[in-house]
Design a protein around this ligand. Structure first.
Ligand code: KE4
Length: 426
């Protein structure tokens, strides 16, 4: 019998490449049929066959309040009554800019855009315009959206000039991207010693979430700030995923680091297309219409997206929000570690959390590098993913993605998830 999900997936492939509008949704790495969701409410989603899931993807991070939060729905509905978009400044853009600059001490000026890719692409162009330099440092396993200069990955994982990992990226563009191993201070020091005066920017996921969750060492965090400072390179914290997810002052607040530029997305838009980049006023002053670095967007600062973002930021700013979310997420990963520890070594599973995001690893150890992550058991994860899907638990359809808990997830939801995991893992 063909399920409705299967029928929709077949129909979608008629006119949409791979049947999806973003590749990771196609279940390519886990196999099987992607679920087409028709409803989300709080911590739950329902697929086209009417099956209910506890959702640990949350649209890949934005839905920290859960699906269809009343405050967000009310704000968007109210705003829509007065029109959807003007292509002209609106008062709401001032309100959210003021709020972001108040919440993040590193942010003196901010420009709103519509996606994380736009935010990182623009921040890199701005850093190059500000410094007059071309070279960019990124780290293997970190994803910063799909701008050409970022779709580059080292083949060996050591210092290298990038070779495009996506077709269509000119070699000349990739040649300006230096890819280094995450958490490797020596490799970073060597690059700056060798060509520090050519480096425009270093962009980093300050807590990595796109090779699954990998935390930086204190030494790595300090080295990135010191070396960029010493060599006049721009330190860009890509907080599209960690922003307002790991804490109210983002990863930079946990690290005690003041980056030169920060990229935001996901939570900041509350589920609608809103992202941002901002930071030092002297750098932002180079941006059109003030300065020579051009950047623009028809729907930048869209009133509905701004309304969703404002409502979300106001909710997460309430006293105790992150303490409760972090404790709940940690209870989940502690529970999973307890289950994992009781399994035979070859079936061992581990987990960790930071704020409202978590990583689950089919490995006996918590990873500290891209290579550690690549050594985890991908096929065991894929089987686990599908077992959880059958149990009504929706995890990210990839062994190399972080997961997310929302304020809407109840302790009962966490307990039910853990008992389903225990059943399927034994
Ligand atoms: P978007 O262009 O997808 O809004 O943001 C790109 C981006 C930039 N920086 C970081 C740290 C990110 O995590 C992302 C997007 N993350 C992926 C999930 N790992 C989005 C999901 C998808 O690609 O469909």
């Amino acid at each position: 019998m063909t399920t409705r999900n299967e029928q929709l997936f077949a129909a979608a492939q008629q006119h949409i490449p791979g049947g999806v509008n973003s590749p990771v949704r196609a279940f390519g790495s886990v196999g099987g049929t992607p679920r087409f969701f028709k409803k989300g409410e709080g911590a739950y989603v329902w697929d086209a066959d009417g099956k209910k899931y506890i959702d640990y993807v949350g649209s890949w991070g934005p839905l920290i309040l859960g699906h269809a939060h009343p405050a967000v729905i009310e704000a968007v509905t109210r705003t829509a009554q007065n029109g959807m978009s003007f292509g002209a400044p609106t008062e709401g853009e001032i309100d959210i800019a003021d709020l972001l600059c108040q919440m993040l001490p590193s942010m003196q000026q901010v420009r709103l855009v519509s996606s994380g890719t736009e935010a990182t692409m623009s921040a890199i162009r701005l850093a190059r315009g500000f410094t007059g330099r071309d070279k960019l440092i990124k780290f293997e396993g970190c994803y910063h959206g799909h701008a050409d200069s970022l779709l580059v990955k080292a083949g060996s994982g050591l210092l290298t000039f990038g070779n495009p990992s996506s077709a269509g990226v000119p070699a000349a563009v990739a040649a300006d991207t230096i890819v280094l191993p995450y958490n490797d201070v020596a490799a970073l020091e060597a690059v700056f010693a060798e060509q520090g005066d050519k480096i425009a920017a270093l962009i980093v996921e300050p807590i990595a979430g796109n090779m699954n969750l990998v935390q930086p060492s204190k030494e790595f965090v300090a080295a990135m700030r010191k070396l960029t400072q010493d060599h006049g390179a721009v330190l860009i914290y890509d907080e599209v995923m960690t922003g307002f997810r790991v804490g109210l002052q983002c990863a930079q607040g946990l690290h005690g680091i003041t980056p030169d530029l920060t990229c935001l997305g996901k939570v900041v838009g509350g589920g609608l297309p809103l992202a941002a980049f901002g930071g030092r006023a002297d750098i932002m002053a180079k941006l059109a219409p003030l300065g020579p670095v051009y950047q623009a967007g028809t729907l930048s600062g869209n009133p509905l997206a701004v309304a969703a973002g404002m409502a979300t930021l106001q909710e997460i700013s309430k006293p105790g929000f992150f303490e409760a979310l972090s404790a709940k997420t940690k209870a989940f990963t502690d529970g999973l570690n307890a289950i994992g520890q009781a399994l035979p070594a070859e079936k061992r599973i581990t987990a960790q959390s930071v704020g409202g995001m978590f990583g689950i690893y089919c490995s006996p150890n918590i990873p500290h590098s891209y290579n550690d992550v690549m050594n985890s058991d991908r096929s065991r994860f894929n089987a686990f993913f599908h077992a959880m899907l059958a149990e009504g638990v929706y995890l990210a359809p990839s062994a190399f993605e972080a997961g997310f808990v929302s304020v809407a997830h109840s302790i009962t939801d966490i307990e039910n998830t853990l008992s389903a995991m225990q059943t399927r893992l034994e």
